[in-house]
Design a protein around this ligand. Structure first.
Ligand code: 8YV
Length: 331
C-alpha cells in the first residue's frame, strides 16, 4: 500500500479542509493559535514530504538547506509566494505551488472598500459616534470626507486583482489609470476603460488615489519609494492590499505625519505581523485605516484556497504536474 505523504501545515485551516487532508494524507496540523517558530519550520522541512506554509512563514535558502530528502513539494497556502525562495527550492528538486485566482474577487472587494472607507474617515476631526450616542461636538455641517466619484485612480499592477479593482472602481465613477510591467491588450484596456501610463512617476503625480495591486518581487521592493511617494499630490492617498514591501512604509509614515499626503488605507505591512508604531499612532488620529491582512479572509476564500492546496498535493503525489506550479520565471 502506497505510504501516505506526511503533510505538515503551519496554520489552522478551515475544518472542512483539515478533515479532507486527514482522509488523504498523513496530515500534521497546527492547532495552536500561534505561528510556526523557526525551530518548528526546521523540524517540518526535515521530516515532511509536503510543507503547507502561509504568508508569514519564511521559506528561505538557509531553511531549505536543512530540508530532508523527503521534502518534494511546498504547497503554499496563498497566492503570493514572496515568502518562498522558489529558485533554491527548485534547485533542490522541490516543487512550489500556490493558490491563484480564488481570492481575486475577495481582495478586490476589500480594496474597493478601503478606497471608499479611506477618505470618508481620513480627515482631522473624524469621530466615531460613542456608544452612549452622545454626539459630542457633532454638527450637520461637518465635512469629513472626500468625494470618490470622478476622482482618478492609479492602479499599480494590473493583474487579476488590479483588473477586478478597476471593474469595481468604474462602477463608482472613478477614472481608471494603471502602470504595469507590460501594457494590457487593447481589448482588455477598452473593457476596463483604463488608461496606461508607461511612466509610474508621471502616473503617481497625477492621481487622487493609488491602489497597490502588484506582487512583491525583487523588482517591486519599495517600488513606491520615498522619492516616488514625494511625487503624490497632497490630497492623494494610498491603498495597499498587495504586499507591504512594495511601499517604503517608513517614508509613507513620515509623509502622513507631515500631512504631505491625505492618508492611507493599508491591509499589508512590511514586517507582518508587526506594524510600524507610527502607523498605529496615525490610525488613532484617523489619518490611516489599518487592517490585519484581511484581503482574502472570507470563509469561501479560505476554503477555496485550501481546496487548491489539496488538489496541488494530490496531483503531485499522483505523479502529475500540479495545476498551480510556480516557476522562478513567473515571478
Ligand atoms: C493570504 C495573501 O491571506 O494569498 C496571498 O498572497 O496575501 C493572502 O490572500 C495569505 O497568503 C495566507 O497565507
Amino acid at each position: 500500500m502506497k505510504k501516505r505523504p506526511l503533510v505538515v501545515v503551519t496554520r489552522r485551516l478551515p475544518d472542512v479542509i483539515e478533515t479532507r487532508m486527514r482522509e488523504l494524507f498523513d496530515a500534521r496540523l497546527n492547532h495552536d493559535d500561534r505561528a510556526f517558530t523557526s525551530e518548528d519550520l526546521v523540524q517540518a522541512v526535515r521530516e515532511a514530504d509536503v510543507l503547507v506554509p502561509t504568508v508569514t512563514d519564511r521559506i528561505d535558502a538557509a531553511l531549505l538547506a536543512q530540508a530532508g530528502e523527503n521534502l518534494r513539494l511546498i504547497a503554499n497556502f496563498g497566492n503570493g509566494v514572496d515568502n518562498i525562495d522558489v529558485q533554491t527550492a527548485n534547485n533542490r528538486g522541490i516543487t512550489v505551488t500556490n493558490t491563484p485566482g480564488v481570492l481575486t474577487e475577495d481582495t478586490a472587494d476589500m480594496t474597493m472598500g478601503l478606497i471608499l472607507a479611506g477618505p470618508r474617515r481620513i480627515t482631522e476631526g473624524a469621530r466615531v459616534v460613542p456608544d452612549e450616542h452622545e454626539w459630542t461636538g457633532w454638527s450637520p455641517m461637518w465635512m469629513l470626507g472626500r468625494r470618490i466619484w470622478g476622482k482618478r485612480l492609479g492602479i499599480v499592477g494590473m493583474g487579476r486583482i488590479g483588473q477586478a479593482v478597476a471593474r469595481r472602481a468604474r462602477a463608482f465613477g472613478l477614472s481608471i489609470h494603471y502602470h504595469n510591467r507590460r501594457r494590457l491588450p487593447a481589448t482588455v484596456e477598452d473593457q476596463l476603460e483604463a488608461t496606461y501610463w508607461e511612466s509610474l512617476d508621471q502616473m503617481l503625480a497625477r492621481m487622487d488615489i493609488i491602489s497597490v495591486n502588484c506582487p512583491h518581487t525583487p523588482a517591486t521592493y519599495h517600488l513606491l519609494s520615498a522619492r516616488r511617494l514625494k511625487l503624490l499630490k497632497r490630497d492623494a492617498y494610498v491603498v495597499n492590499t498587495a504586499r507591504g514591501e512594495v511601499v517604503d512604509e517608513t517614508a509613507l509614515a513620515r509623509m502622513l505625519e507631515a500631512n504631505e499626503i491625505a492618508g492611507a488605507a493599508l491591509d499589508v505591512f512590511e514586517n507582518e505581523p508587526a506594524v510600524n508604531p507610527k502607523l498605529v499612532k496615525l490610525a488613532r488620529q484617523n489619518k490611516v485605516v489599518l487592517l490585519p491582512h484581511l484581503g482574502s479572509a472570507t470563509i469561501e476564500g479560505r476554503i477555496d484556497m485550501g481546496e487548491k492546496v489539496i488538489v496541488n498535493i494530490k496531483t503531485f503525489m499522483d505523479g502529475h504536474r500540479p495545476p498551480d506550479r510556480v516557476l522562478p520565471s513567473m515571478l
